[in-house]
Design a protein around this ligand. Structure first.
Ligand code: ZN
Length: 309
């Protein structure tokens, strides 16, 4: 299977530097290619961390095939206790996303990039938002379209200056053409409109505690590992500016529990109940004491210059 993967080496996608050094070697939690390790590098000029070399865009597909990654899992009929808990968390999470957006804008047009089966856009439509989606996976796209929602295959096929709010929920870290995506995202958004980006937080307490066992490194599916300062730099050449950052605390609980499993499996060590509690609650305590942003994932709210009619 290794022969079928084409690798590519890239310059720093944030500052174009060719100077980087190895930061960490990380395994794939699904072990798609048994024993394969992946290298995350650190840019010597701007500090950004990214997967390098990485499977090219034609090869990455095989790493999305494991069952744990199927976007259709949520539409299956069998309902277990885990499924109903998952469904509760999902409803809570949709509600939370909507409230977050409505803190900035109460109505208008919304584009969800990487919309999957359209759970979020369908939910927002119920609250009178005019919704559209972008989804490269054909089956998921057809499913969304069957609900009467406009959905395009790629960012490039989406019209500019069209949306009051553009959302990417855990999507940007998967995009091969990051520089192209950043330019296009800025163009899609109307003047005065908002860009809402959720992604794992490299500066989180649990990321530091779990190091190479931190599940949100998710090599090789996550191509980039952002801290808040990287997000600011990424958009510095566009008319889009960071205006607020929010914590996703639910992600912390999930990521800590999953990271501990990886530690147990990969390091062949016992589970550490106190370490787990500290990794989860330490981030709250630190946050309160130092007012730093330390949840496992962050939502960045950016706004495009200009006024919205
Ligand atoms: Zn750089």
């Amino acid at each position: 299977m290794t022969e079928s993967v084409q690798w590519e080496t890239i310059d720093c996608p944030v500052c174009s530097s060719k100077n980087y050094r190895k930061w960490r070697t990380v395994r794939d939690r699904f072990d798609v290619i048994p024993g394969q390790e992946f290298t995350i590098v650190n840019c010597e000029d701007c500090g950004f961390r990214f997967l390098n070399p990485r499977p090219d865009i034609e090869s990455i597909g095989i790493f999305y095939e494991p069952e744990g990654y199927d976007p259709f899992l949520s539409t299956k009929d069998k309902v277990s206790l885990t499924d109903s808990m998952y469904s509760m968390v999902r409803t809570f999470s949709l509600w939370r996303k909507r409230l977050l957006i409505e803190d900035f804008r109460r109505s208008g047009s919304l584009l969800d990039v990487g919309c999957g089966t359209g759970e979020f856009v369908r939910y927002m439509q119920d609250f009178q938002w005019e919704v559209a989606g972008v989804e490269p996976a054909e089956r998921a796209r057809e499913f969304v379209a069957s609900h009467g929602i406009q959905v395009t295959e790629s960012l490039g096929k989406t019209p500019d200056n069209q949306y009051d709010v553009v959302t990417l929920w855990h999507v940007i870290e998967h995009l091969h053409d990051l520089e192209g995506a950043v330019k296009k995202l800025a163009a899609l958004t109307k003047s005065g409109g908002y860009l809402v980006l959720a992604m794992p937080n490299m500066e989180s307490y649990d990321a530091k505690r779990y190091q190479e066992n931190w599940v949100a490194l998710d090599t090789p599916r996550h191509l980039y590992h952002f801290a808040e300062s990287d997000t600011v730099k990424l958009f510095s050449s566009t008319p889009v500016r960071l205006i607020d950052t929010r914590n996703l605390w639910l992600d912390t609980i999930y990521n800590v529990l999953y990271s501990e499993q990886l530690y147990h499996r990969w390091e062949k060590k016992r589970y550490r109940p106190f370490f787990i509690l500290n990794a989860i609650f330490g981030s709250y305590v630190n946050d309160w004491q130092q007012s730093t942003r330390q949840a496992s994932a962050s939502v960045y709210i950016l706004q495009k210059e200009g006024t919205n009619a």
